[in-house]
Design a protein around this ligand. Structure first.
Ligand code: ITT
Length: 193
């Protein structure tokens, strides 16, 4: 079975991806390969950041690997926080990031938003991208305590609960990350299966 290192320090992402890939490939973590580097992430698009993370790991250590860059785009905020989702308030504190988002949206009735993920895969000399998106609405307050990040604010279209009120399996059936990972897994099955 093909082994790939997932270039992330986010344990929630790792758990979500592990749940979706099944036995298509074996995921090694940064801890498994002894990488404790603070991998740079300075791009202005999800593609650029995902590529920067996977290229860093591939160039420095030679691993076949993939990285996910993801975030929330809120229409009324000109698609903020986007690539700044993890540090919107200037810190990684999600309570502060969520407070800032709610404050900036105020009582704006346009609550349209979407989560996006771009995965960058590096195998040998080749590079590939896979993306996923889910559309929904931002609530006026937090609801639920599952998931991570902005999940307590985000209700996907067609549902009456936030990602944070869903089970992991429910979120994984429809999330931006699950969509991108399913494309990655399909590609790997075709190529190496
Ligand atoms: P790595 O770079 O180490 O993978 P990170 O948390 O810094 O981990 P990103 O740079 O991709 O990841 O930032 C994405 C942020 O967007 C993340 O920290 C969350 O705040 C938010 N986000 C991404 N996917 C999400 C999801 O499924 N649910 C809720 N929030 C999410």
């Amino acid at each position: 079975m093909i082994e790939l290192v997932f270039a992330t320090n986010n344990a929630h992402k790792l758990a979500e991806v592990q749940a979706v890939v099944g036995d298509t490939f074996h995921i090694l973590t940064l801890a498994d390969v002894g990488c404790t580097d603070d991998i740079p992430e300075t791009g202005e698009t999800f593609e650029a950041n995902a590529s920067q993370k996977s290229t860093y790991l591939h160039t420095k250590y030679g691993y076949n690997c993939f990285a996910d860059d993801s975030g929330l785009e809120v229409k009324a905020l000109g698609n903020e926080p986007g690539v700044y989702s993890a540090r919107y308030s200037g810190t990684r504190d999600m309570e502060q990031n969520i407070d800032l988002l709610l404050q900036r949206l105020g009582d704006n009735m346009n609550r349209q938003a979407r989560f996006r993920t771009v995965i960058s895969l590096r195998i040998g000399k080749e590079a590939f991208f896979f993306d996923g998106m889910v559309e929904g609405e931002i609530g006026f307050e937090r609801q639920g305590d599952g998931g991570f990040g902005y999940d307590p604010l985000f209700t996907p279209h067609g549902y009456h609960k936030t990602f944070a009120q869903m089970t992991a399996a429910e979120k994984n059936a429809i999330s931006h990350r699950a969509i991108a990972v399913a494309k990655l897994a399909g590609f790997l099955r075709e190529r190496f299966g």
